[in-house]
Design a protein around this ligand. Structure first.
Ligand SMILES: Nc1ncnc2c1ncn2[C@@H]1O[C@H](COP(=O)(O)OP(=O)(O)O)[C@@H](O)[C@H]1O
Ligand SMILES: [Mg+2]
Length: 421
C-alpha cells in the first residue's frame, strides 16, 4: 500500500461515504437466527458493508480527538491499524462471493482481529503519553472518557461480528453444539460464576495468601426453572470478563479491609431471573467506597491499587490498571444490560450486573457518528449551576489517581478483554 496524497484523498472519500450510514445493531436473537440459517455467502454480503460502516463511524470520531492526542505515537499506530483494516475490507466491495473470495475474506478477518488485539492497551498508552507530555484540561479529560467508551464499545461489536462469521458452522445438523459462534444458547450462569471466582481467587491467594469464600443464592421467577438452573442465551466470555473483574475488586477490598484479622467475610453472589432482566448481585464486606470517589470508579485509569510492576509484565495483576470497571460496564451495556455499583462506606459494596432475559431485547448498543457527536467534542463543558462542595472543603479536593506508568503490551488479558473476545 503506497501512502500517496491520492491514497489519503480516496480513503477520506470512502470514510465520508460509509460513515453516512448508521450501524445496524443486531439482537442476540438475530445473531442466532443468522448463525442457524444464513449461509457464509449471506454473512459475507452483510459484513462487507456493515464492517466498513462500523469502522468508518468510529474512525470519524478518532479524527475529532484533540490534535495533540492524535499526534501521540500510540494513537498514530491505532489510527494506522484502523485505516489498513478499513481498506482491506473495502477490497471486497465488488468481488463475486465465490468460494475463493469467501475463504480469502475469512482469512482477512482473522488477520484484522489479530492486528487489533492490542488496541485497548495501545490506546490507553496513547492517553498516558498525552498526560505525560501535556497539561490535560477538564474538557479534554471529559472528551477522552466519552470517546474511549464509544471506541471500546465499537471494538467489542466489531470483534463480535468477526467471531460470528469466522465460526459459522459449515454443516448444521442434529449434533450441532449449543454454541452459535461465541454465543452459548444454554449458558449456565452458575458455572461461569464459579469459574471466574476460582481464577480471581487464585490471584488473590498469590497476593494475600488467603481469600474470601463464595456463597451463591439463586431466586427463580418461576418454579420450573429450579430443575434446569438459571440459563441464559449469552456470550459466556463477556459474562466471565465482568465477573472476573468484579471478583478481583471485591476480593482486594475484603482482604485490605480485614487485613488485621485472620477471618475474612465471604463474597455473596445473588442471582435472580425476572421477566425482563437477569440480575446478578455481588456483595462484599470490603469496607465500601467513599461517596466522594464513586464518581471516578468508571473512569479509565482510575485505580487506588499500587501500580503493577513492569518486571511482572507476564503475570496478571489483581488490580492497578483502572480498566476493570469501565470495560466491564461496556460488556454489560453492549446487549442493553448494565453494571452498577452501590456502596456503603464502612461496610461494603454491591455490584449489580443486569442482562436482558429475552434474546430479542438483547440488542447491540452501538456508537453512531452524527452531527451531535461532533458537537460534543467541540463544546466547552458548561460551568456548573449548583454550588460545588470542593469550594467549601478547599484542600480536601479529590485527587483522581491516574496511572502514569507504561502499560505492558498484551500482558494482561483482564485489561484488553482479549480473553473475552
Ligand atoms: N468492591 C469494591 N470495594 C471497594 N473499592 C472498589 C471495589 N470495586 C472497585 N473499587 C475501587 O474502584 C477502583 C477501580 O476499579 P477497577 O476499574 O477495577 O480498576 P483496578 O481494579 O485496576 O484498580 C479500584 O481501584 C478501587 O479503588
Ligand atoms: Mg479491578
Amino acid at each position: 500500500m503506497r501512502l500517496t496524497p491520492r491514497y489519503f484523498q480516496n480513503m477520506s472519500k470512502m470514510l465520508d461515504f460509509y460513515s453516512q450510514f448508521n450501524p445496524s445493531p443486531l439482537s442476540i436473537k438475530k445473531f442466532i437466527d443468522f448463525g442457524l440459517n444464513a449461509s457464509e455467502r449471506k454473512s459475507f454480503i452483510f459484513l462487507r458493508k456493515e464492517l466498513p460502516v462500523r469502522l468508518a463511524n468510529i474512525m470519524k470520531e478518532i479524527a475529532l480527538l484533540p490534535e495533540n492526542l492524535l499526534r501521540m505515537p500510540s494513537v498514530v499506530a491505532v489510527n494506522d491499524w484502523y485505516m489498513r483494516s478499513f481498506q482491506e475490507i473495502l477490497e471486497f466491495e465488488k468481488k463475486e462471493p465465490d468460494a475463493e473470495t469467501l475463504e480469502h475474506f475469512c482469512n482477512e478477518l482473522v488477520k484484522i482481529r489479530n492486528r487489533h488485539s492490542d488496541v485497548v492497551e495501545t490506546m490507553a498508552q496513547g492517553v498516558l503519553e498525552l498526560k505525560e507530555s501535556h497539561d490535560v484540561d477538564h474538557h479534554t479529560e471529559h472528551s477522552i472518557q466519552y470517546f474511549l467508551d464509544r471506541f471500546y464499545m465499537s471494538r467489542i461489536s466489531i470483534r463480535m461480528l468477526i467471531n460470528q462469521h469466522s465460526q459459522l458452522e459449515s454443516a448444521p445438523g442434529p449434533n450441532r453444539s449449543k454454541y452459535i459462534g461465541c454465543i452459548d444458547t444454554q449458558c449456565d450462569i452458575i458455572s461461569v460464576i464459579k469459574d471466574a471466582y476460582e481464577n480471581a481467587r487464585f490471584l488473590c491467594d498469590q497476593y494475600y495468601l488467603a481469600s474470601p469464600d463464595l456463597i451463591i443464592d439463586v431466586f427463580y421467577h418461576n418454579e420450573c426453572e429450579k430443575e434446569s438452573g438459571i440459563q441464559i442465551v449469552y456470550v459466556p466470555s463477556h459474562l466471565y470478563h465482568m465477573l472476573f473483574e468484579l471478583f478481583k475488586n471485591a476480593m482486594r477490598a475484603v482482604m485490605e479491609y480485614h487485613s488485621s484479622e485472620d477471618k475474612y467475610p465471604p463474597i455473596n453472589v445473588t442471582l435472580s431471573k425476572g421477566k425482563e432482566d437477569i440480575c446478578l448481585k455481588m456483595s462484599d464486606r470490603g469496607g465500601g467506597i467513599s461517596r466522594s470517589t464513586t464518581d471516578h470508579l468508571f473512569k479509565y485509569m482510575y485505580s487506588t491499587a499500587p501500580q503493577p510492576s513492569k518486571s511482572d509484565a507476564h503475570t496478571v495483576p489483581l488490580a492497578g490498571y483502572g480498566y476493570g470497571l469501565p470495560i466491564s460496564r461496556l460488556y454489560a451495556r453492549y446487549f442493553h444490560g448494565d453494571l452498577m455499583l452501590l456502596t456503603c462506606e464502612g461496610l461494603g459494596t454491591d455490584a449489580v450486573i443486569y442482562m436482558k432475559a429475552l434474546t430479542n431485547e438483547a440488542n447491540e448498543l452501538l456508537p453512531v457518528f452524527s452531527k451531535t457527536t461532533s458537537k460534543f467534542y467541540r463544546t466547552i463543558v458548561q460551568t456548573g449551576d449548583w454550588s460545588n462542595q470542593a469550594a467549601v472543603i478547599g484542600d480536601r479536593q479529590i485527587s483522581t489517581k491516574m496511572r502514569s506508568h507504561q502499560l505492558p503490551q498484551s500482558c494482561d488479558e483482564s485489561l484488553s478483554g482479549t480473553g473475552a473476545l
